[in-house]
Design a protein around this ligand. Structure first.
Ligand SMILES: Nc1ncnc2c1ncn2[C@@H]1O[C@H](COP(=O)(O)OP(=O)(O)OP(=O)(O)O)[C@@H](O)[C@H]1O
Length: 239
């Protein structure tokens, strides 16, 4: 499903290039479910942005579902993402003025009659336990319910690959646990590949594969060493 070879990405900060990712090789098989963990700032979100085609690598190749992303210009990467990749974010990004049903329908790419659309959305709402919430606006839903709607929106076009960036990051423990279980359940039921970036160790523990990004990324962003001397901690040292 995903093959990464010799991928490098850097950002310019104050005109100075800062290397973020250097991944010699990383593969994810079709149907695999992987949790990616690692320290803050180690490039996890950047990696998802590269895999989804939101960002382009500086060099190397990224092949998603047989499509070499590095060969596509931005507009074609956007079209590829819309049809082949679902994306779930920490803060849901639902449109406040639309109902739950409309937030899902707006993402649907298949040409369907309004009756067919209704049937498809009803089926999904049923699967995530929100059949009776279709007319609610996001502000009338709990945070967990909003994330369920965002998950349906990401899956409604049946993408072969689902990416999620901290999907439980703004939820309480119990709701986070429910959302973790739901993501895994749906990925098994629909056979899509699931890659989740998370700091939630409970969630990571549920996944068959858990990868620390530092196992594939050779860039190390060293913390400034602690420098103590007799008069205390030297200026500029981090504790
Ligand atoms: N557009 C950008 N311009 C400059 N630097 C950036 C940009 N985007 C990300 N970075 C830097 O790249 C590094 C990796 O960021 P990234 O968000 O991928 O880390 P992360 O592992 O997801 O972190 P966290 O766990 O805190 O969300 C960070 O040092 C960040 O400041």
């Amino acid at each position: 499903m995903l093959q990464i070879r010799e991928v490098k990405k850097q950002f310019k900060v104050d005109g100075r290039p800062v290397p973020i990712l250097d991944i010699p090789e990383w593969n994810v098989e079709k149907g695999e479910r992987v949790a990616i963990t690692g320290p803050s700032g180690s490039g996890k979100s950047t990696l998802l942005h590269l895999v989804s085609g939101i960002l382009r690598a500086d060099s190397g190749s990224i092949i998603v579902d047989g499509q070499p992303l590095h060969e596509l210009a931005e507009a074609k990467r956007d079209a590829f993402r819309a049809s082949r990749i679902g994306y779930v974010l920490q803060d849901f990004h639902l449109i406040p003025s639309l109902t739950a049903r409309q937030n899902i329908e707006i993402a649907m790419t298949a040409r369907l009659t309004s009756k067919e659309r209704r049937r498809v959305v009803d089926g999904w709402l049923e699967q995530v336990g929100l059949a009776d919430r279709s007319q609610h606006r996001p502000s009338q839903l709990s945070r967990g319910q909003q994330q369920r709607i965002a998950i349906v929106r990401a899956l409604v076009n049946q993408p072969p690959l689902l990416l999620a960036d901290e999907p439980t990051g703004s939820l309480d423990w119990e709701t986070a646990d429910e959302i973790s279980a739901l993501l895994l359940e749906l990925s098994i039921a629909h056979g899509h590949t699931l890659i989740v970036v998370t700091h939630d160790l409970n969630m990571a523990g549920r996944f068959p594969h858990c990868l620390n990004i530092q196992d594939v990324n050779t860039v190390r962003r060293e913390a400034m060493p602690l420098q103590r001397h007799s008069s205390g901690i030297r200026e500029g040292a981090t504790v």
